[in-house]
Design a binder for this molecule. Structure first.
Ligand code: AHM
Ligand code: MG
Length: 333
């Protein structure tokens, strides 16, 4: 019987690859793993527990404020980062401004984290896969001070690590430190993430496309032409691709990572800069995609090279198998 490699084993083994490693970064990954397990537990209970379902702001029968699951997840990750002491501040989809931690340990920490605590909001209450996305940077402000906005507005090329957690039929954590991509599946019976997908590679091409086609008439003409190509028997596959759109970016991305495919969220008339957020949705998945041999662009520019100007900046996203993203880009002027 082969030995199970847990995420903790894997993190510690990889730490040894870095000379002078202090363990701070490894502990940060450990914090993410623990917070993910707690969120996974809460996601699994979502249909049963009244403090999780329901709109934020409502009051439950005990007279307590009800909390939506995305807020619960946000608080869980923030608590993990705050108590861990490896992070001087965080930026989250759920918080308008970044949060700079005030305690001395955190002010002396090396990293900032940007994250979407629970991606796929529209799927939370209907028992469809959702996820967490995270991105880790070295701070640019001096240690010993509070985090500043510039710590968060770094291009995606500066990411030290990025990853996602998928709360699907099983819970998986997939991450990269810039040295390939590895996936771990949570074994609930032992409460550990176990290495299940070593050295993940995205197929060079596939025959799955994911787009909210409800938007097709409010997209630029090139998108319509590309989707027509996907649906045509004249494409490179010789018969129509399959359309698959879950509406949870993590889940759509993860499927394409394994099977090969493309996910598109272009600019639309309603969302002139795209819908997805650059810092905690596009950048981390672009980092993973490139590390797995895939590609991520706005349709015209490499995602990781965009210099952000605001925390909740949006970007259009073409991500997935390399040759499919290149083909889609060829349809844009
Ligand atoms: P969210 O962070 O509020 O959940 O928004 C991001 C989500 C993605 O997961 C998903 O791919 C996309 O928005 C779906 O948008 P739409 O409903 O417009 O197709
Ligand atoms: Mg999101």
């Amino acid at each position: 019987m082969s030995k199970v490699i847990t995420l903790n084993d894997f993190i510690i083994k990889n730490q040894a690859d870095f000379e002078m490693a202090t363990g701070e970064f490894s502990r940060l990954l450990g914090d993410i793993s623990v917070a993910s397990k707690i969120v996974s537990r809460d996601v699994r209970k979502a249909g049963l527990v009244d403090h999780i379902l329901g709109a934020q702001g409502e009051v439950n029968v005990q007279g307590e404020d009800q909390q939506k699951l995305d807020v619960v997840a946000d608080e869980q990750f923030i608590a993990a980062f705050k108590n861990g002491g490896e992070v001087c501040g965080i930026g989250s989809e759920e918080n308008e401004s970044f949060v700079a931690f005030e305690d001395e340990t955190s002010k002396n920490a090396s990293y900032v984290v940007l994250f979407d605590p629970l991606d796929g909001s529209s799927n939370i209450d209907v028992n469809v896969s959702i996820g967490t996305i995270f991105s880790i940077y070295k701070r640019v402000s001096p240690k010993g001070t509070k985090a500043v906005l510039e710590d968060f507005l770094q291009p995606g090329t500066a990411q030290i690590a990025a990853g996602y957690v998928l709360y699907g039929s099983s819970t998986m954590l997939v991450y990269s430190t810039g040295n390939g991509v590895n996936g771990f599946t949570l074994d609930p019976s032992i409460g550990e993430f176990c290495l299940s997908h070593p050295n993940m590679k995205m197929p060079e091409k596939g025959r799955l496309y994911a787009m909210n086609e409800g938007n097709i008439h409010i997209c630029e003409p090139g998108i319509k032409k590309y989707i027509a190509y996907c649906q045509s028997s004249e494409n490179d596959y010789g018969s129509p691709y399959s359309g698959r759109y879950i509406g949870s970016l993590v889940a759509d991305f993860h499927r394409n990572m394994i099977k090969g495919g493309i996910y598109i969220y272009p600019n639309t008339e309603n969302a002139p800069k795209g819908r997805l957020r650059l810092l905690y949705e596009c950048n981390p998945l672009a980092f993973i995609a490139e590390q797995a041999g895939g590609l991520a662009t706005t349709g015209r520019q490499r995602i990781l090279e965009i210099k952000p100007t605001e925390l909740h900046e949006r970007a259009s996203l073409f991500i997935g198998s390399k040759s499919m993203v290149e083909k889609a880009m060829s349809y844009l002027d």
